[in-house]
Write a protein of this length. Structure first.
Length: 561
């Protein structure tokens, strides 16, 4: 990439650097070290911005490029990346923007990098391009009210062909400026609105994002929600401002320590540590643990590339873990009993659709308990005709298990959905497919309700802190239903589909496996839920396969903590 050269930039524009000055640091400097040999001497306009003519600054190489077609070439990538980085470093917001395919958004963001993120100095060092992608390192300094702190990170840009101009342009997205920026997120520095919060577990142990990475979004939300209520002083920070003001700010750098307030949570550091370690074994994995006797959330953990809190806010079909609710409904209405026969055949048809068991298995003479433990789909689907109420499953989920009752856990969480369905959709719902959506929090709560017979809304922090209303279910589970349901979950954990995963779990235990088919996915989502003593947990691994293979070991590890 001979088009890349090594350049020094100051707040007043580009300052030539000769060999003897290499490595020097001067006030207000932006430095772009753009691989390759030798030093270039350029004359760029001041940090106040370009003249709008598109030809000054970073030699205007990409702006003057002729219209082309097809994929961008190596030379076009080099020239465009070089020109953009020079313009960015020189403070020529207009020229930098004109070198992208979204000039309006880029001009504002590049300008804010200095004026609103308070970047006083930066070194931009491109790496070796791969095709049209140019990686680079940024070593910056943030200065706010006399305090300066370093910030270093890796980013990259991609050069594309302009759809209308045909010119090579930087494919603009905020992550060019910082990799953690979402589509409409912005970088900001200053005194945040919410003071810092020192979150502690139920035993007073501090919960930090450094020690428990999965808790970062949870801790950010706790700060945003309770920081102003629990006292403390803000300090100064660099943060990511979420798009549209939605969601909590994410702190990137602390410039001046504030005075944190202490916020007690119901989390358990020991269980949280086990959950963090368990999900780390599988990609795209999430788990939640709750305490059935009171609904307290003991652990929340995710291991995902996108950083999404799927454990608390996911929306995926739960597969056969939903059979806990379906079984409760059938038992509740007297349409099944744990010790009564439940025909488990290879396939069953309902609403014009044929449903199968895994690998086409059948269980001649099986009881309802055995069909539950072995996760027989057809045994459940063949019960639909006896129920004759399209709303039965939805009612059971809401009235007994509290699904969809607007839970207020203390942080953002998504309620499960069990809409009424007819025909083939109703049959799919009985086995946790169709329009039903859940996340590990919802399924862990379902298991907790089955364990005790009473729905207790999951809570991460006490409602007394902010006076929020806690959801309550209209009715408790019938004692006979609860006893049969627990016995079937015990059978699943000891000799059913959950036995292998739950072998290491001691005490009184129960489980249910689930595999949920997802359109377009090569493998089903792996679901597993279980309880041991006064702890219930549920896990989901996207495209993880059978429930006991991936999600099962996660739940077992958490229950054994």
């Amino acid at each position: 990439m001979n088009a890349f050269r090594e350049l020094w930039f100051t707040g007043e524009g580009l300052t030539p650097v000769h060999g003897a000055a290499k490595g020097a640091v001067i006030g207000g400097v932006f430095l772009a070290m753009v691989g390759g040999a030798g030093y270039g001497v350029y004359s760029l306009v001041g940090a106040g911005g370009g003249d709008g003519k598109g030809g000054g600054g970073a030699d205007g190489a990409s702006v003057r490029a002729e219209k082309g077609s097809g994929p961008v070439t190596e030379e076009e990538t080099a020239a465009t990346a070089k020109a953009f980085l020079e313009a960015w470093a020189a403070g020529d917001n207009r020229l930098a923007a004109d070198l992208t395919n979204n000039a309006a958004a880029a001009q504002s963001a590049v300008g804010d990098f200095r004026t609103k993120a308070y970047v006083s100095k930066a070194v931009i060092t491109p790496g070796t391009p791969t095709g049209a992608v140019v990686p680079f390192k940024v070593a910056a300094e943030i200065t706010y009210e006399g305090v300066t702190k370093p910030l270093a990170y890796d980013s990259q840009l991609t050069v594309v062909r302009g759809l209308t101009s045909g010119k090579p342009l930087v494919d603009w997205r905020p992550s060019v400026l910082h990799p953690q920026l979402g589509q409409y997120d912005t970088l900001r520095a200053g005194a945040p609105a919410s003071p810092p919060v020192k979150a502690v577990d139920r035993n007073g142990e501090e919960l930090s994002a450094q020690k428990y990475p999965s808790l970062r979004p949870v801790l950010d939300q706790l700060r945003a929600t309770y920081g102003g209520k629990a006292g403390g002083k803000p300090g100064a920070e660099l943060w990511i401002e979420p798009s549209g003001g939605g969601g909590p700010r994410r702190t990137l750098l602390t410039l001046a320590e504030g005075e944190p307030s202490t916020l007690e949570t119901y989390l358990d550091a020991k269980v949280q540590a086990a959950a963090e370690q368990a999900v780390a074994r599988f990609p795209e994995a999430s788990v939640v643990a709750v305490q059935p006797s009171n609904g307290h959330i003991l652990a929340v953990a995710n291991h995902r590339k996108d950083g999404y809190d799927a454990a608390m806010t996911g929306n995926r079909a739960p597969g056969s873990t939903m059979k806990i609710v379906t079984a409760a409904m059938l038992l509740d209405r007297g349409k099944a009993a744990a010790d009564k026969p439940a025909e488990c055949v290879k396939e069953a048809e309902w609403g014009g659709r044929t449903f199968h068991n895994l690998n086409g298995f059948e269980l001649p003479g099986a009881t309802f308990a055995t069909s539950f433990a072995k996760s027989c789909n057809t045994a459940f689907i063949k019960q639909i005709d006896d129920v004759a109420d399209d709303t039965a499953l939805s009612k059971e989920a809401s009235e007994v298990f509290g699904i969809g009752l607007d839970w207020k856990t203390g942080v953002k969480s998504t309620d499960g959905k069990v809409p009424a369905a007819t025909g083939a959709g109703a049959a799919a719902a009985y086995i946790g497919q169709g329009q039903i959506t859940m996340n590990p929090l919802n399924v862990a709560s379902i298991t907790a309700t089955a364990r005790t017979g009473v729905f207790r809304q999951p809570l991460l922090v006490s409602p007394e802190i902010d006076g929020r209303t806690v959801a309550t279910a209209p009715r408790r589970m019938k004692s006979s239903v609860q006893q049969q349901l627990v016995s079937m979950m015990r059978l699943t954990a000891t000799s059913g589909t959950g036995a292998a995963a739950m072998r290491s779990v001691g005490g009184d235990k129960g489980a249910k496996t689930g595999s949920a088919e997802v359109d377009g996915a090569g493998s089903p989502d792996s679901w597993f839920t279980g309880y041991s003593g006064d702890m219930a947990a549920a896990a989901m691994v996207e495209a993880g396969g059978h429930g006991g293979d991936a999600a099962g070991p996660i739940v077992a590890a958490v229950l054994s903590s």
